[in-house]
Design a binder for this molecule. Structure first.
Ligand SMILES: [Zn+2]
Length: 68
């Protein structure tokens, strides 16, 4: 029997955010500009991570716009 370990997960972390103009199209909550960090792990070993910015809703967390 062959046992395969295949587990990829991705974690998203908001490093800092500040209020921005605009409202969420989903819930009408306030928007903020956030610096995000996404890391991808394979079998719990970090493979790579990237930093990006996004405009997100402070209420429901929806990504309204992203800048890569
Ligand atoms: Zn929202």
């Amino acid at each position: 029997m062959v046992c395969f370990c295949f587990l990829v997960d991705q974690t998203r972390e908001v490093r800092r955010s500040k209020l921005a103009a605009g409202v969420c199209s989903r819930c009408g909550g306030g928007a903020s500009v956030a610096d995000m960090k996404t890391s991808t792990r394979f079998c719990l070993v970090p493979l790579y991570w990237k930093s990006w910015s996004a405009v997100m809703c402070t209420y429901c967390g929806a990504i309204l716009k992203s800048y890569h």
